[in-house]
Design a binder for this molecule. Structure first.
Ligand code: GLV
Ligand code: MN
Ligand code: MN
Length: 412
């Protein structure tokens, strides 16, 4: 299918629709998983567009794309803005994409209006943040900050058994053709993103400035019982891992509700083997995602979760394995940058409030070792990770303008 073209008058909402064509699903959603054809086509298109904007565009060795506006006085001090290009399965058009496109458009406007900055400005389209294809998250920002490296690509495999390393190599990355992803010259990172919650919509404000991002842990729980006949096996003697997992999930959800300050728990993924109606399953695997702004609450909940799982398995003679495949601690955003963001909004008469992010973001990985700040624009109905994601063109534009004004303050 011929891709929709952009014109010189295209605004951020047009760019969102343009990028959403890469990996579009019939119901208006987008699936762009790391190192798939849709993903590669999108990164190539973003890179070409960065060049068309007059930015110096390049890949790094994991497939992050950067567009650079070289500083005239302190070229080695880089102020980076952007987000991720990958999506969840059948996600929305705005998550990640908005931050990438907003950064590109902000740099284009700044270049056209003021010429070269004093400090270097870069826009980035990070290759992966969601963890939707491989049991691995923040592959782009993690490699950029040196928290992850190419050796971490050897083990994770997708649902078809393809390793992260194979998928990366198939796209020409991870072989030293491009410069290493690891950067030590980033002085500040700004990520603009849709809120993915309803706080801004409820308050009627146009912009959020994030004070901190919750900690997250993700687990893959494997239960091994005994495959057997659905009609001849007494209910008493079954070692049914699907029945056990439903008890576990129910119990964990109840306990999550009892935790202070809204711990969030999600079981979003499950596989059942052999997945046949008249066979008691032999093996079940499911994910648990837990989030909270206090690390001690997460730690305590993990212990409760282990006790619940082992308790039910012990009763039923089922074997359990709990594998933690993702852990990121709660991260505060940089106070100085956030204060500048609030000041920028106030100077431009934009209604704004401070808030905590319950979603994970690249700013969390980057913010562990580099000053980072995040701006949020409203999400209609608070809906995200869904084809129903929506933010109005006016709200998207306010975000881009604020980002450009903030980058101007920092780099010109
Ligand atoms: C990332 O989108 C997350 O799951 O928070
Ligand atoms: Mn997301
Ligand atoms: Mn995101």
């Amino acid at each position: 299918m011929e891709k929709q073209r952009l014109s010189v008058e295209s605004g951020i909402a047009d760019y969102i629709d343009w990028l959403a064509q890469f990996g579009a699903s019939a119901d208006g959603g987008v699936t762009r998983l790391l190192y798939t054809k849709e993903w590669m086509d999108a990164q190539l298109a973003v890179k070409a567009e960065m060049s068309a904007f007059g930015l110096d565009a390049r890949f790094d060795d994991v497939g992050n794309v950067f567009g650079r506006l070289q500083g005239t006085q302190s070229p080695d001090e880089v102020i980076l803005a952007g987000s991720h290009i990958d999506t969840v399965i059948n996600g929305g058009k705005y998550d990640g994409s908005y931050g990438v496109l907003a950064a590109m458009l902000a740099l284009k406007q700044l270049k056209e209006t003021y010429g070269a900055p004093k400090k270097t400005l870069e826009a980035v389209s990070l290759c992966e943040e969601e963890g939707s294809r491989f049991p691995m998250t923040y592959w782009g920002s993690g490699n950029m900050m040196g928290a992850l490296s190419l050796k971490h690509a050897e083990v994770p495999r997708d649902g078809s058994g393809v390793s992260l390393q194979e998928a990366m190599h198939d796209n020409g990355f991870g072989r030293g053709v491009y410069p290493s992803a690891h950067r030590t010259d980033i002085n500040a990172f700004i990520e603009i993103h849709i809120e993915q919650g309803q706080t801004l919509e409820m308050s009627g404000r146009d912009l959020g400035v994030v004070t901190s991002i919750v900690g997250q842990r993700r687990y893959l729980i494997t239960l091994e019982g005994e495959c057997n006949h659905a009609g001849t096996t007494s209910m008493k003697w079954r070692k049914d891992p699907l029945a056990a997992s439903s008890r576990m999930i129910h119990e964990l959800l109840l306990r999550a509700e009892e935790q202070p300050d809204e711990l969030r728990l999600t079981c979003g993924k499950m596989t059942v083997e052999p997945n046949v109606a008249n066979v008691i399953p032999g093996r079940v695997q499911f994910s648990i995602d837990i989030r909270h702004q206090n690390q001690r609450v997460l730690e305590h909940f993990y212990e409760e979760m282990t006790a619940v799982i082992n308790g039910i398995c012990g009763e039923k003679g089922i074997r359990a394995m709990i594998d933690e495949y993702m852990r990121i601690e709660p991260v505060p955003m940089d106070e100085t940058l956030s204060a500048k963001a609030l000041e920028t909004a106030a100077e431009n008469g934009i209604s704004c409030e401070e808030m905590v992010s319950g979603a994970g973001h690249d700013a969390q990985m980057i913010g562990r070792s580099c000053p980072a700040c995040m701006l949020f624009v409203p999400s209609r109905g608070g809906i995200s990770h869904s084809p129903k994601e929506f933010t109005s063109a006016r709200q998207l534009e306010i975000g881009v303008r604020t980002l450009a004004n903030l980058l101007y303050k920092l780099a010109y």
